[in-house]
Write a protein that binds this ligand. Structure first.
Ligand code: CP
Ligand code: NVA
Length: 303
């Protein structure tokens, strides 16, 4: 693995290897065992969108591994004034040992990797959110002990989270069922990929159908970053796509709930369901730290 641009690029073994290392790093972190594997290394973190979890977990993770992280806001970088990604990539490759980027177009992330000469990590684009799904899979395995035979349902917008969950779940052997309104389906490239997995993937407009016998219920905001102007319209379109008691009544009895956060209570999830599953949701948020440390070790440690 040279970069983490999207989960489509990884095979099952690479994903499981990251998850195993993440489990080990988490255990060691909880037991005071330090690794300064990235001593002397610097990660640049380019943010063209807001972030709480991604920024803090990458910065802390880098510190725990003995390196340092630089927060590079779009407002301050020349990239925000139009300097081409091709040039930014070649310049930053001369200073840094890796770049994490959160931006709009997936192409920008792919271009950084093409023109730069250091590992690039996708910290969210409109297309996908691979770091989040690695943490999600880690959390699911922690709670359920396995991926075999598990079904995840995603209820809501066919957005970056839906795209990455479809790829991640199918690659590790889970089934996934997505319920979204017409016109808000996941990306065509992802739907094409999912075809190879037969009935392990289903797409429906019915949340209850997707949630039936699910082991994991997942949802995300109805309007993602960059879609703020559509928020009111989307509230109407997604009104029936809420994770609530009715949905939880058709899942498996011991179903867990996951949310990448930030959450909008009483929109995509009721406060009641959210609070009933808060431990699972905040373990998931914590696991961003451990999963991303594993990614950085695999990409940035001296070989
Ligand atoms: N889930 C997630 O990526 O959170 P942030 O937007 O706060 O980084
Ligand atoms: N779909 C959301 C995920 C935030 C972590 C967004 O892109 O805003």
């Amino acid at each position: 693995m040279e970069h983490l641009l999207k989960l489509l690029d990884l095979d099952k073994e690479e994903i499981i290897d990251i998850l195993n290392l993440a489990d080990q790093l988490k255990y060691e972190n909880k037991n005071g065992i330090e690794h300064k594997i990235l001593k002397g290394k610097t990660l640049g973190m380019i943010f063209q969108k807001s972030s709480t979890r991604t920024r803090v977990s990458f910065e802390t993770g880098m510190y725990q591994l003995g390196g340092q992280a630089l927060f590079l806001s779009n407002r301050d970088l020349q990239i925000g004034r139009g300097e081409p990604v091709q040039d930014t990539a070649r310049v930053l490759s001369r200073y840094l040992d890796g770049i994490m980027i959160r931006t709009f177009a997936q192409k920008e992330v792919e271009d950084l990797a093409q023109f730069g000469s250091i590992p690039i990590i996708n910290g969210l684009t409109d297309f996908c959110h691979p770091c989040q799904v690695l943490a999600d899979l880690m959390t699911i395995r922690e709670y359920k002990g396995t991926f075999d035979g598990l079904k995840l349902c995603f209820i809501g917008d066919g957005n970056n989270m839906a795209n990455s969950l479809i790829v991640g779940c199918l690659k590790v052997g889970m089934s996934i069922s997505v319920a979204c309104p017409k016109g808000y389906e996941p990306d065509a490239q992802v739907l094409e990929f999912a075809k190879e997995y037969g009935d392990k993937f289903t797409l429906t407009t019915s949340p209850a159908e997707a949630a039936k016998d699910a082991d994991v219920v997942y949802t995300d905001v109805w309007a993602s970053m960059g879609e703020e102007s559509e928020a009111e319209e989307r509230k109407k379109v997604f009104a029936g796509y809420q994770v609530n008691d009715e949905i939880m009544s058709v899942t498996k009895k011991d179903a867990m709930v996951q949310h990448c956060l930030p959450a909008h209570r009483e929109e995509e999830i009721t406060a009641k369901v959210f609070e009933a599953h808060a431990d699972e949701i905040f373990d998931e948020a914590e696991n961003r730290l451990h999963a991303q440390k594993a990614v950085m070790v695999r990409l940035m440690a001296d070989k």
